[in-house]
Design a protein around this ligand. Structure first.
Ligand SMILES: Cc1cc2nc3c(=O)[nH]c(=O)nc-3n(C[C@H](O)[C@H](O)[C@H](O)COP(=O)(O)OP(=O)(O)OC[C@H]3O[C@@H](n4cnc5c(N)ncnc54)[C@H](O)[C@@H]3O)c2cc1C
Length: 629
């Protein structure tokens, strides 16, 4: 360990054990992406592309129309950004149309709409203001309504749903100063009283969105450990906490690069008495609850990214047509046209992913955990690239604030704000790195089940021998089958010009599963540490998923559009570009500079090559931004 490194409070093994204990081990339904990693293109799981329920769509129509009107007539994103506040009358108006209870069942006063309708609502909101999206989604994607719907008792639902549907704001409180991506070090504690009927909550939560205005919180806290098979097992439990209870305190409102109006803060709990009946699900299930909640909760961000893509396309289209430089509209210059073409192609794929995930989330025979994680990862990364390109296309105006543009008499197009607001999407609700790890863990799961004992340091010789026999039997047929298939046969003709791309997905899925297997054989248990290798494999899976979704959606839209505007043209460009990315990723799975890069990073962390940092004002940075506790 380098001299200045902070010693970990929990070991890597403990952190992994906590995460593993929270993992859902059973699959609740089919999954297109899971099959992809197994080397199987299960086209039937994505094509025909799912369609919304017309009756439910009809029911959602008046709400979506009111929401759109409200956003158009009463919400000024620049003002919200400038003042750092969503006007209270806008929040009240949102309450009045039911925007705080979109998915809350009708019997409890909510709108009882589907995930798909919720996604459409979020897309509308995100097209106007990011802080407003954060308010609504922190409340009902991850705040109390979602886990209450999934895990609440009838009594809890009766008590809280009507309040939540009327607009009592809620929030989700997991993060602490020492607990970001890794919940194992959670310090907030809830200790039972002697009679076991009440828990005494103590601790402090960081960056709780809506926390400064919320009436209700879902709080993850450590409860007393249990001994399972002779070993202590840490317990994390989820509680519904009311913020007007004695001992709940808002310590500070936090401020950020963007989303200037989110009501995000530090919440402290001092001897807060929480009744046992406010446990959500059961004692010790808090982390699992958080993960399951996030499976659907995470679908908000991909929808916001679609809104960003669509808005960017609109701005780029108009600007690149009217702005003339070097004797031509800038959209005629190849470099700018390349960005616009890619922007259109990626926006189409992002929407195909987001819509697909929302529609299958409403079905009960589909397990969306991998699809949702990929949607979050893919759309937030692709959305960021789109906004970066948009800033470039707008040139200096992309960097200038809307207010400054307005003051100069130019249209106040808020690209600068869009960029600031968007960046957080790659960090919260599971950072891109954590999404890669989550997907990789699920991708290797079937192999671990079959042959995990071979690589496990805990397995004895007998267990390893049994695992070898089991694995040998399975892989004897599985592996050769990953080399043969019909991926070059003229199949999938119904996809017309996209059929060749579907065939590519078919072939590449088999190659992906073989390569994953090769990586497991080559690196053994050390594969877990080779994140760059794993991440490339995950990225290949994500590209293949995006291609399949794009082809299936284009096929389903074909009858509605025609001529030059055939969606096949957009899907075709997306697939061409995705195939090049997939080929490049495969090339670099084993042939790369990962080891050299890791070594240099470790040298840098050990204060090597300090000469690289010379030539600056000395000691301009505070010594330790985060207090090691
Ligand atoms: C505006 C905003 C709103 C938020 N809202 C909420 C909320 O409502 N409720 C709530 O509970 N939290 C909230 N958060 C917290 C948010 O979820 C965390 O910021 C996020 O989980 C990442 O944690 P961290 O910032 O501590 O980063 P860290 O976990 O410290 O990670 C730092 C970097 O290291 C990477 N990293 C970490 N571990 C690994 C690993 N094993 N392998 C590879 N890379 C790794 C991360 O991806 C990241 O790039 C919010 C944060 C912000 C900024």
């Amino acid at each position: 360990m380098a001299a200045t490194e902070v010693p970990p409070k929990v070991t890597e093994r403990e952190a992994r054990e906590v995460a593993e204990a929270a993992r859902e081990t059973e699959w609740r339904g089919e999954s297109f992406v899971r099959e992809l990693f197994e080397g199987r293109l299960r086209l039937d799981l994505i094509h025909p592309y799912p369609q919304p329920d017309p009756e439910e769509e009809e029911r959602a129509r008046p709400f979506l129309a009111s929401l759109e009107r409200l956003l158009r007539e009463r919400v000024d994103g620049d003002e919200i950004d400038r003042t750092g506040q969503v006007p209270p009358d806008v929040v009240d108006a949102l309450r009045a149309i039911g925007a705080f209870g979109i998915k809350i069942p009708r019997e409890y006063g909510g709108l009882g709409l589907s995930q798909h309708s919720y996604t459409r609502a979020i897309r509308l909101v995100s097209s106007v203001d990011g802080s407003l999206t954060a308010l609504l989604s922190a409340h009902q994607s991850i705040g109390v309504p979602q886990p209450l719907k999934l895990f609440g008792t009838d009594e809890q639902k009766k008590r809280y749903f009507p309040r939540l549907a009327r607009g009592a704001v809620s929030a989700f409180a997991l993060t602490e100063t020492g607990v970001g991506s890794d919940p194992a070090a959670l310090e907030t504690r809830a200790d039972p009283t002697e009679d076991g009927q009440t828990f005494i909550l103590n601790g402090e939560k960081l960056w709780c969105t809506n926390g400064t205005v919320a009436e209700l919180l879902v709080v993850m806290a450590r409860t007393p450990s249990k001994v399972v098979k002779g070993r202590e097992r840490q317990q994390i439990t989820a509680f519904i906490v009311e913020t007007d209870w004695p001992g709940v305190e808002v310590v500070q409102r936090c401020h950020f690069m963007g989303l200037k109006a989110i009501e995000n803060g530090i919440i402290r709990f001092i001897n807060v008495r929480v009744p046992r009946e406010n446990i959500l699900w059961k004692e010790g299930a808090g982390l699992k609850l958080a993960l399951i909640t996030l499976n659907t909760g995470r679908l908000t961000l991909p929808a916001s990214a679609v809104a960003a893509g669509k808005r960017s396309l609109e701005i780029a289209r108009r600007w690149a047509r009217e702005r003339v430089q070097w004797g031509a509209p800038i959209g005629r210059h190849d470099a700018v046209a390349q960005m616009i073409g890619t922007m259109a192609a990626n926006t189409f794929a992002m929407e195909a992913i987001s819509e697909f995930c929302s529609l299958v989330a409403d079905r009960h025979d589909y397990d969306i955990r991998l699809e949702a994680a990929m949607a979050k990862l893919y759309n937030s990364e692709a959305g960021w690239q789109i906004i970066d390109d948009l800033v470039q296309i707008r040139g200096g105006r992309g960097y200038e604030t809307a207010d400054s543009l307005r003051a100069r008499g130019e249209p106040p197009i808020p690209v600068e704000r869009m960029m600031r607001d968007f960046r957080i999407n790659l960090i919260f609700e599971g950072s891109s790195e954590i999404m890669h790890l989550f997907i990789a863990r699920e991708a290797v799961d079937s192999h671990l089940r079959r042959a995990g004992a071979l690589a496990s340091p805990d397995a004895n010789v007998r267990a390893k021998a049994a695992a070898a026999v089991k694995a040998g039997g399975f892989y004897g047929t599985w592996y050769p089958a990953r080399w043969v298939g019909w991926g070059r046969w003229p199949r999938y003709a119904e996809f017309g010009p996209l059929a060749r791309h579907v065939r590519f997905v078919d072939r590449a899925a088999r190659k992906l599963s073989r390569t994953l297997f090769h990586a497991m054989v080559r690196f053994g248990p050390k594969l877990e540490k080779r994140q760059a290798v794993l991440f490339r494999l995950v990225d290949i899976g994500a590209e293949l998923f995006a291609m399949a979704a794009a082809c299936a959606r284009a096929r389903s839209l074909r009858s509605r559009t025609a001529g030059e505007d055939d969606p096949n043209a957009v899907a075709d460009l997306f697939c061409r570009q995705a195939r090049r990315r997939v080929d490049a990723l495969f090339d670099r799975v084993f042939s790369n500079d990962d080891v050299a890069t890791y070594r240099l990073a470790q040298r840098v962390l050990a204060d090597g090559h300090l000469w690289l940092e010379s030539g600056l004002v000395r000691e301009a940075l505070p010594e330790s931004p985060v207090k090691p506790s």
